[in-house]
Design a binder for this molecule. Structure first.
Ligand code: ATP
Length: 205
């Protein structure tokens, strides 16, 4: 097959944690990706009004993760354009920038389940060459049902085999706030930044 296989991994990454990195690494191998682009979303449409770390702070942490792997790349494609930051627009722009390549969007099972609520979800599915999915505890995916809502989805989904990981950014933020252990849920470099800067010790933005 001609063209590169480019994985696109979008997220709030507040903070980027080990489940993100495991999904990225498994997808890279199992879906035979040539490159994996981490797309940091400045202000996710579904997280409006919630307190998240600043863009600069999250960018620093995602940068630390992407430095660790040769195939990882950090994209500012959403940072560089005004909101709203829809995944459809991101994938369309990336496809325009890489006309001969295949865009494979990566997401957790919870995101797949919520896909019908995304902006123009059918167009999003049609624009992606494939959608790589790592199951998440409690995600309750019914692919047949989702395919009725978004015809053609099932054909595009590639389940990435990985252990179910009960790790979320929400839980890590809560652990830090409550003074519980959290170090080993994170890539070492991210843990170091959080600790040095005292991130998440205060629940107000
Ligand atoms: P939060 O707890 O703040 O909602 P999160 O841990 O879900 O954050 P995001 O940055 O929102 O992290 O996630 C980016 C992508 O990674 C999403 O597609 C999400 O489904 C996926 N993801 C995150 N954690 C996991 C996990 N433990 N297993 C599978 N997929 C995951």
């Amino acid at each position: 097959m001609d063209g590169m296989r480019i994985g696109v991994f979008g997220g709030t990454f507040d903070p980027p944690h080990l489940a993100h990195r495991i999904l990225a690494a498994e997808a890279l191998q199992q879906l035979a990706l040539d490159q994996l682009v981490w797309v940091l979303t400045p202000d996710p449409p579904h997280k409006q009004g919630m307190s998240i770390l600043s863009l600069e702070q999250r960018l620093r942490m995602v940068e630390a993760v992407t430095h660790e792997d040769e195939e990882f790349e950090l994209s500012k494609i959403e940072i560089d354009r005004p909101p709203p930051h829809y995944a459809l627009v991101t994938v369309t722009l990336l496809q325009e920038q890489h006309p001969d390549d295949h865009i494979i969007y990566l997401m957790g099972g919870d995101s797949l389940r919520d896909l019908p609520t995304w902006h123009r979800p059918l167009e999003f599915v049609q624009t992606c060459a494939e959608i790589g999915v790592m199951r998440r505890p409690g995600d309750q995916i019914d692919l047949a049902e989702l395919d009725e809502i978004l015809p053609g989805l099932k054909r595009k989904v590639r389940i990435v085999q990985a252990p179910l990981l009960e790790i979320s950014a929400t839980d890590i933020r809560k652990r830090i706030l409550e003074g519980r252990t959290y170090r080993y849920f994170l890539p070492e470099a991210v843990w170091q930044i959080i600790q040095q800067e005292g991130y998440y010790l205060d629940s107000t933005p």
